[in-house]
Design a protein around this ligand. Sequence first.
Ligand code: CUA
Length: 313
Amino acid sequence: MSSFPVFDPASPQAEAIRDLFVQVLWISGGIFSIVAGLICVALFKFRSKGKLPAQDFGSHRKEIAWIVAPVIVVLWIAAISAKLVLTFNAVPQAHPPGEQVADLIVTGHQWWWEIEYAGTDIVSANEIHIPTGKRLRVQLSSADVIHSFWVARLARKMDAIPGRENFIWLQADEPGVYQGRCAEFCGTQHAWMNFLVHAHDPEEYEQWLSKEKVVPPTPVEPNAVAGRKTFLSLTCSQCHAIAGTGARRSIAPDLTHLASRSELAAGVLSNTPENLRLWLKNPAAYKPGCKMPDFKLTDQQLDDLVAYLETLK
Ligand code: CUA
């Protein structure tokens, strides 16, 4: 991943944003050089005491030039920015209520992202899978405070606001993994509200989609069986949903295919059985302030839960 993702666009939209940024940077850089240069000239030319430049206060010609030139620059920047915003505006046309208008429905939570794939039952967290070469409309909102959805290499930044639907286009030209961030301060763990966009070739994407539609089978291995029971009998299932079980509440990340994700807790830990165990043992040790409590699970319960959750591929 590039250390300057803004300069490494991977979609037409991100490329247009980069071009706009570079253009504005050149304009501002030019103005800065002229102003700083003139200050330097004045400093050197008039550095001896008593030497003053010609005083021409009240020159209408110069005043008009000083007004007109910046106005032209500002209008130009406004025009090229507005053109870009309008070109990539993803707001859907007026539509009957209830009609599906987005491909992906993303909801910001403190501090994770919920992703629903329109037209399917697939719900996931913090990892978005998309096919390459296709422009997808993303609907954004929030369950609590204002967040901001940003995948620097693929699309513009957009606020996720409670009670409001915002839309953006998300597109990737090439297969790959793209880093996403929450770009608006939203509480203590704002910095750990990362997500990944996995872009696949269309065929590979279809495979992923059909795999994701399959409900993971009930485990048979004794530890995993015990873990499933623990999950359903403790309060885990009051917050987390897992398809194929009675756990349907979804105020915390859906865990149906947890084991197939690459990260835990919105990017805090890589998803390994060891890390999953550490996370379950005391979430606040890794993400202070996070809403998942420390349940003081016994070592046996931890082992069982990890065994069960690892079956959720
Ligand atoms: Cu969510 Cu910052």
